[in-house]
Design a protein around this ligand. Structure first.
Ligand code: AMP
Length: 284
């Protein structure tokens, strides 16, 4: 299949309007590039469920804080193209100027959902995500949009964005793809020095400990969180940002596990690199 690269937003909008008029369904996978098997799993799912697949590669400045890694964020467009070829119809790769006019007046404020987890240490992040995702929805008009569970809080924010702004897209959340040892694939893993990479698997190991406590019937969130912190702190290069357990749908804090689905989430620095991971657990 020939993959067309589109850089102009007007061209993207014209193309998708035409495709919709032809009755084609559009599956959309937003990414920041430097693609790996996690991204590819979303693309495959989109391919299986839609007539047309659009992938965006755009490192979105609005979702990075002033001291974060926007400039250094890894980019390898040639390699990304090779990974997508065959599964993707349109690769949307706009410049920052194409997506932003320079001085923006409109921002999103996302209440409650971002007053926890990654929203605490990254206050710019989710408003920036919501802004660019809303822009993409306008241009691409996707029938279905594919996100990874890896960024669980992002999926909750996008779900609300879709519902509250009446976007007509179906949100599909895909499972986390991992390395053989369990480390969640991430474009940022490239930053890890050898010893940091070796110790990074502790996030997954802590989540596995939580999962087995939950499976054995432990319901007290504070005990599970405490145990996870001990596991992570056993690695000298790991520094915890947060370890938390929340109701998955609402991200409300829980003291005790109920029959609602729970997300157990962790963020930690390995050296300078911040990694996140999570599991979902339901007792029924
Ligand atoms: P990013 O390029 O990091 O913005 O990620 C683009 C999309 O890929 C997001 O929906 C992520 O949640 C998803 N993603 C990233 N890593 C993984 C992974 N290891 N498994 C599944 N999805 C992932």
């Amino acid at each position: 299949m020939y993959m067309q690269i589109v850089t102009a937003r007007q061209e993207m909008a014209t193309l998708t309007t035409k495709l919709k008029a032809q009755g084609k369904t559009i599956g959309f996978v937003p990414t920041m590039g430097f693609l790996h098997e996690g991204h590819v799993s979303l693309v495959r799912k989109a391919r299986a469920e839609n007539d047309v697949v659009v992938v965006s590669i755009f490192v979105n400045p609005a979702q990075f804080g002033p001291t974060e890694d926007f400039a250094q964020y890894p980019r390898d467009f040639e390699h990304d193209k090779v990974l997508l070829e065959g599964d993707v119809d349109y690769l949307f790769h706009p410049s920052v100027e194409e997506m932003y006019r320079g001085k923006e007046h409109v921002t999103f404020q996302i209440k409650e959902l971002t007053e926890c987890l990654c929203g605490i240490s990254r206050p710019h992040h989710f408003p920036g995500v919501a802004l660019v995702v809303a822009k993409f929805f306008q241009l691409i008009q996707p029938d279905a949009t594919y996100f990874g569970q890896k960024d669980f809080q992002q999926t909750v924010v996008v779900k609300h964005l879709i519902e509250e702004l009446f976007f007509k897209t179906r949100l599909v959340v895909c499972p986390i793809v991992r390395e053989v040892d369990g480390l969640a694939l991430s474009s940022r893993n490239i930053y890890l020095k050898e010893e940091e990479r070796a110790q990074a698997v502790i996030l997954w190991q802590a989540l596995r400990v939580a999962e087995s406590m939950l499976q054995q019937g432990e319901k007290r969130a504070d005990l599970i969180i405490q145990k996870m912190k001990e596991v992570i702190e056993s690695k000298p290069l790991a520094r915890i940002d947060y370890v938390d357990m929340r109701e998955a749908a609402s991200l409300k804090k829980i003291d005790m596990v109920t029959d609602q689905m729970v997300v157990v989430a962790v963020a930690a620095y390995l050296g300078k690199t911040r990694l996140i991971d999570n599991i979902l657990f339901t007792s029924v």
